[in-house]
Each structure stands twice: as structure tokens, then as C-alpha cells.
Design a protein around this ligand. Structure first.
Ligand SMILES: Nc1ncnc2c1ncn2[C@@H]1O[C@H](COP(=O)(O)OP(=O)(O)OP(=O)(O)O)[C@@H](O)[C@H]1O
Length: 431
């Protein structure tokens, strides 16, 4: 098996479109790394550079600590599975699986043995004589996996291998792919734009946007402590609530967060309060996932917002409520357009720090709410249209909450996320 090391990999396509901007990434031996991000963020380009199908404009690729930037795809011993499976239509399943072995000149006996072995591992024994047009999407996908793994490659690269399948089959095959990869112990890079796939499959996730990796870590870490507002917004269903809040620090007591016309507070004992105190009189963004919100008969001091239920969505196992709390919502630009700097500026542009691209976000709209009476902050009231942002929360499936009713929304403050005006996490190490 192998390790992968990418150092300052950039890719600028003819015409100036920057697909990758100084990407660094390490994949450990036997690790399943998932590259996830919105369309156009550079995932496939990065995968194709690892495969040797695309050349980086600059940077170095290491395989097992050896410079492999200029090796051919064959020399890299990489197997790739594509979105459309790319099976040969004129070959049976057995022919497709055995194709790489035939190409490498293996004698027919040994070849057949390996094909049968590989088919058995993927539950394809009964299908070996079928043609691609006689197989379902899921079966074709398994044959593509068999063909990729039969040569015992060093690396397995998968580019959206499930995106052409319906959702039921996708989750079934996701589990299969995961167990096949883990039992083979092969180092794998898996590209998807589906955050559920990323969270369920990965040992580690690299979240990409605009040609950069914005966050990298275990699924639990990037979900629980996203490095940026974009990452928080991209991962999780329903999407995280992002609300504008104004900070007011009452030293040695608490930090207030003014959200719309309402206020919640973090006690001074909470380490995040001291961190937030640095933003006294300023605007931050509070991220609240649906699981951090509870509906309660009585308000709980310092952590309750009141709001009116705008509408309810029933999903069988749960209901989602959209609650108007009169706050200003923040919308993150999930897919900034590809960057095309002028040729003369290219060098400086590539050297820009990653953070320069992170803070692509905008207020949905809204007037800055009135500060708490004691605040000295400069008011910008009237600059924007006021807008009440809905808060999405989960309710039990047969809830007695009705549309139009006013409810107490209690916030589990330990689950709150805070971001600065650039969209970077205001970290506190609380969790
Ligand atoms: N051959 C090419 N010539 C010019 N631009 C390209 C080429 N291939 C990709 N790009 C551009 O590079 C950027 C990254 O593309 P890439 O296919 O890597 O994104 P992606 O994240 O895989 O997107 P998707 O999920 O839609 O496949 C995009 O802006 C794309 O338009």
C-alpha cells in the first residue's frame, strides 16, 4: 500500500481558470480520504493529478515519500473508478474485470482465477457472463470496483462512483464500498459532492471550496468544530442556522449575544465567553444546528429565543419547524465562481494566504438591530433592509406544535458555533 503527499499543488487551465490553489494534503497508508465540496471546487482535478491524468501547473506529488509528479499513470499503480463506471460494452462482466490483467499479459489460467476471486468478494459470481447492458446500475458499479481492485493496486481513486444511482441503492452500495475498501486495506481517495456520503464513509474528510482545502479532519471533528462558516454550512442536514449577533461584554459576569431583538448570554465561566469578549460591540455570526434547539413549555433564562412557527414539514420520523425569531440570517456562498486573475498577477495571487478566500459570505439582508442600551458601538442602522430569518429546528414526529403558534426555543449553548466577519471559527476549545 502507499501514502500520498501533495505539496503546494496548483492547477491553472489554459484560459486562466484556477482549479487548484496551493493544495497541501497527506493521505496515510490504508486511509480512506474523502474530498468533498460543491461543484467546480477542484475535487476531480485533484484526483486526476494524483492519478497522473492531469499535470499540476506547480507543486509536487509524493507517493510513499518519493517524488511521483512526473510518473505515468501505469508507473503509479493507481486504479480509478469513474462516475459512469466506464465499462467496455462489448465485454462481459468477466471480460471487464479481467481486462487489466489481460493488458498486463497474465496467463489465462491465473487471470481466470483472479477474476473469480474478485467476483466472489463482490458477490458477482452469478453475473460473470452478463453484458453491461444486462446489468443494473448497482451491478455495473460492482463490476467497475472489481476491475479496479483485481490488479491489487497501490491506490484506489473513486470519482463520484455512486452519483448515477438512486438514493436507496446509493446507501446500500456505500456500505459495500466501505467494507470492500476496509477489508482490502488499500489507500483510497474518494470524491463526492454529497456530504452524507462523505460523513458516513471517510476516515478523514477534506472539505474543498474554490480550489482550496478549507478544513480537514475526521467526520466527527469537521462536523462538531468546523473551521469556517462555509464548512459548517456545507455539512449537515438540515443546513445549520447562521444568524447575525452583536456581542456585549459585561466583565466578570457574562457575554450577551443580541440576536434580532432578543438576547442570550454565555456565563463568564464558559471559556467561549472570554473569547467572544474580544468582539465587544462587534458583529459575529452564531451557528446553531437543528439538534441544538429544543421546544419548551417554559423559557430557560439566558438561552431561550421566542418565535412564531412559520411552517412545519413532516418527515415521518421527525418534523422540521421553521420559526421566525426576527433575526438577521447569513447566507454563505457555497460555490464562489472560478477565479481567473490577470496573467501578470498570477504569481502573487497564488501566494495569497488561504484565509483570503474564506470569508465569502453575505448577509441575507437586514438592519443592524438596536444594540443593548449600554453599548458604545457605532450604529449602521438603516444601511440594510431588515429581514426576519427563519430558524430551522427538529420536533418529534407527532408534535402538538402548530403553524402560527409562538414557541420557546431553548438553545443548548454548548453546541453553538461562532464565526468572525471573515467566516473563520472563533475557537475556544470548549468541546
Ligand atoms: N479541462 C479544463 N479546462 C478548463 N477548465 C477546467 C477544465 N477542467 C476543469 N476546469 C475548471 O476547473 C474547476 C474545477 O473543476 P473540477 O472538475 O475539478 O471540479 P469538481 O469539484 O470536480 O466539480 P464537479 O463536482 O462538478 O465535477 C472548474 O471551475 C472547472 O470549470
Amino acid at each position: 500500500m502507499a501514502t500520498i503527499g501533495l505539496r503546494s499543488i496548483s492547477k491553472v487551465f489554459p484560459g486562466g481558470s484556477i482549479a487548484l490553489d496551493q493544495v497541501d494534503l497527506d493521505v496515510a497508508d490504508g486511509e480512506l480520504m474523502v474530498l468533498v465540496g460543491p461543484s467546480g471546487c477542484g475535487k476531480s482535478t485533484l484526483l486526476r493529478i494524483i492519478a497522473g491524468l492531469e499535470e499540476p501547473t506547480s507543486g509536487t506529488l509524493y507517493l510513499d515519500d518519493t517524488d511521483a509528479t512526473n510518473l505515468t499513470p501505469q508507473q503509479r499503480q493507481v486504479a480509478m473508478v469513474f462516475q459512469n463506471f466506464a465499462l467496455y460494452p462489448h465485454m462481459t462482466a468477466a471480460g471487464n474485470i479481467g481486462f487489466p490483467l489481460r493488458a498486463s499479459g497474465l496467463p489465462p489460467d491465473e487471470r481466470d482465477e483472479l477474476v473469480v476471486e474478485s467476483a466472489a468478494a463482490l458477490g458477482l459470481q452469478e453475473l460473470l457472463g452478463r453484458w453491461p447492458n444486462q446489468m443494473s446500475g448497482g451491478q455495473r458499479q460492482r463490476v467497475a470496483m472489481g476491475r479496479a481492485l483485481v490488479r491489487d493496486p497501490q491506490l484506489l481513486l473513486l470519482d463520484e462512483p455512486l452519483s448515477n444511482l438512486d438514493s436507496g441503492l446509493r446507501s446500500e452500495l456505500r456500505a459495500e464500498i466501505s467494507s470492500t475498501i476496509r477489508s482490502s486495506g488499500i489507500t483510497t481517495v474518494y470524491v463526492t459532492h454529497d456530504q452524507t456520503e462523505a460523513l458516513t464513509l471517510a476516515d478523514r474528510i477534506a472539505v474543498m471550496r474554490g480550489g482550496c482545502i478549507e478544513d480537514i479532519g475526521t467526520p466527527g471533528r469537521v462536523y462538531d468544530k468546523p473551521a469556517t462558516m462555509f464548512v459548517a454550512s456545507f455539512l449537515g442536514t438540515p443546513r445549520i442556522n447562521l444568524l447575525e449577533a452583536w456581542v456585549w461584554n459585561t466583565v466578570d459576569s457574562h457575554v450577551s449575544l443580541r440576536i434580532g431583538e432578543q438576547t442570550i448570554a454565555l456565563p463568564w465561566q464558559d471559556p467561549r465567553a472570554r473569547q467572544l469578549a474580544h468582539y465587544h460591540g462587534e458583529r459575529v455570526v452564531v451557528g446553531i444546528r437543528a439538534e441544538a434547539l429544543l421546544s419548551a413549555a417554559e423559557p430557560v433564562a439566558d438561552c431561550t429565543l421566542r418565535g412564531q412557527v412559520q411552517y412545519l414539514e413532516h418527515h415521518g420520523h421527525e418534523s422540521l419547524a421553521f420559526v421566525d425569531i426576527g433575526a438577521v440570517g447569513i447566507e454563505v456562498d457555497l460555490a464562489p465562481p472560478p477565479r481567473t486573475p490577470p496573467a501578470t498577477k498570477l504569481k502573487q495571487f497564488r501566494q495569497r494566504p488561504l484565509t483570503a478566500m474564506r470569508g465569502v459570505w453575505k448577509r441575507v439582508s437586514g438592519t443592524k438591530p438596536e444594540e443593548p442600551e449600554t453599548t458604545q458601538a457605532t450604529s449602521t442602522a438603516g444601511r440594510h433592509q431588515k429581514r426576519k430569518a427563519g430558524l430551522v429546528m427538529r420536533l418529534p414526529p407527532r408534535t402538538n406544535v402548530t403553524r402560527g403558534s409562538t414557541i420557546n426555543v431553548v438553545i443548548r449553548r454548548e453546541l453553538l458555533h461562532f464565526f468572525d466577519s471573515r467566516g473563520d471559527r472563533i475557537d475556544t476549545g470548549f468541546r
